[in-house]
Design a protein around this ligand. Sequence first.
Ligand code: COA
Length: 217
Amino acid sequence: MANTDNIRISVIQPEYRQRVLDFLRTHYFREEPLTIGREPRHQEPDEEEFILSIINHGTCLMAIHTETESIVGVASSCPKGPDEAENLFEEVATEGPTKYGIILKLLAEVERDANVFHRYDVQKALHVHVLGVDAKMRGKNIGGRLMFELTVLGKQLGYEVITADCTSYYSARLCERLGWECINTVYYADYVDDDNKKPYFVPEPPHNCCRTFAKRL
Ligand code: COA
């Protein structure tokens, strides 16, 4: 895979689990808008376990700095089918009103509303769950390169579409720049708890919405 500017992009192998987790704890969760936009402002063990579990699909990539051999970026994806929204709503019911349950509820609703399988008339899609770049290495297009390489890998593996729910202003800009199509937007200020009418998530500006992007492969 791509190897330019001292950055090598490769598929994450299971033996990298702990290093990936350490990287995400330092460079992803501390800034990801849903994680820090609601109390408790940290990830839950179930989220970490889910992210590590999808490594086994062989559709998660990491960017390695070739001089230090350290991880400087991660983009993790896994397959989904037309029943994804239904499965997510079932998980929401099982999880209950925990913070993770509320994140899953948003993701289930955007999956249903983006309606990607019907919109693109496809059966097999890859969904990006995580995109994180080392805070010292931002703005160098490492995130863009990881996402581009995911599209190449997805196409090689026979996926018809790739999607991502961009909870961050920066990841949404990145997808736009790569020519992905924005197919759904939920503004955090409008996504309110029915009981108290307060927004479920209040991330810092400029993160004001969750935008779903898709690209046909
Ligand atoms: N502060 C200011 N600008 C930032 C930034 C930051 N922390 N991170 C990225 N940017 C800007 C870049 O300058 C660039 O702007 P441009 O479109 O005007 O050129 C744009 O965001 C994308 O930069 P790019 O180099 O393509 O991406 P990246 O490698 O810097 O990675 C993220 C982008 C989103 C992966 C990275 O910001 C990140 O890891 N964020 C924390 C975790 C997160 O929220 N992930 C996304 C969840 S969906």
